[in-house]
Design a protein around this ligand. Structure first.
Ligand code: ATP
Ligand code: ZN
Length: 226
């Protein structure tokens, strides 16, 4: 891969983290010319290129050193880290800042008519989720013998479809759970967006200097909002 010398930043192309991440980059003075269809956006006033991808790809892009920094939800970051550790792939990164957006929780929810007296009620049950590593880790910590069933979408309809007994999914207001006849029971992970950097020591001095200039501006923008 060629090293352009420009700082490469990964951001979710379209989704819950996109607007806030782009707004933050603009607020710290990075001018961007974003065209909707394009994977890459070049800054017009800084040696920075923006890579616009699915959020699922961002942890791997950072850990493989394809990009220098990235904006990602801690839920996705932690899940991908566990997945890569299990596969013996590089899983190193550094958290530069925890950000003030993208807040949500990963929770276990069950159909409202189900009897649930605690995580032990899931013994020998199936739980649909997009985060099998986080969920399996929680089962292991809680010493519950339950099975995580991986679904990349429509997790909330799994119980009604007879695919699983419960779900483990991201929640912010709870409206989606409610609409699907589910009740939130246990929070297993609390998440916010974070800015991460690839393993230190692999960045050029110029890129480190640029990152060190950007971070205090991020702090300034977050403080101004408080
Ligand atoms: P992509 O197409 O990029 O894979 P996605 O459907 O996986 O998109 P989004 O729904 O846009 O992702 O969510 C991205 C991230 O936003 C989540 O991983 C999480 O960190 C955060 N987030 C904040 N609130 C919520 C919420 N209520 N539901 C889901 N994610 C949320
Ligand atoms: Zn995703």
């Amino acid at each position: 891969m060629s090293e352009s010398g420009r700082l490469r930043i990964a951001v979710q192309k379209s989704g819950r983290l996109s607007d806030d991440s782009i707004a933050l980059l603009k607020a710290i003075g990075i001018k961007l010319n974003i065209r909707d269809r394009l994977l890459i956006a070049h800054s017009t006033n800084q040696p920075i290129d923006l890579l616009r991808v699915r959020d699922d790809d961002i942890p791997g892009l950072v850990m493989d050193g394809v990009v220098d920094i990235g904006f990602i939800g801690e839920n996705e970051l932690e899940e991908k880290m566990l997945e890569r550790q299990a596969a013996n792939k590089p899983s190193e990164f550094e958290v530069l800042r925890r950000l003030d957006y993208g807040g949500c929780r990963l929770s276990i929810a069950v159909p409202k008519e189900a009897s649930y007296t605690g995580i032990g009620s899931l013994e020998k049950k199936r739980v649909a989720t997009t985060y099998p590593y986080l969920l399996e880790r929680y089962f292991a910590e809680q010493k519950v013998n339950a099975k995580a069933v991986m679904l990349t979408g429509s997790v909330e309809v799994a119980p009604r479809a007879g695919v699983a007994d419960a779900i483990c999914d991201l929640v912010s207001t709870g409206a989606t759970l409610e609409a699907n006849g589910l009740v939130e029971k246990d929070v297993i992970f609390r998440s916010k967006a974070v800015l991460i950097q690839r393993a230190d020591g692999e960045l050029s001095d110029a890129k480190s200097t640029l990152i060190n200039r950007l971070i205090p501006r991020i702090d300034g923008v977050m403080q101004a909002k408080e």
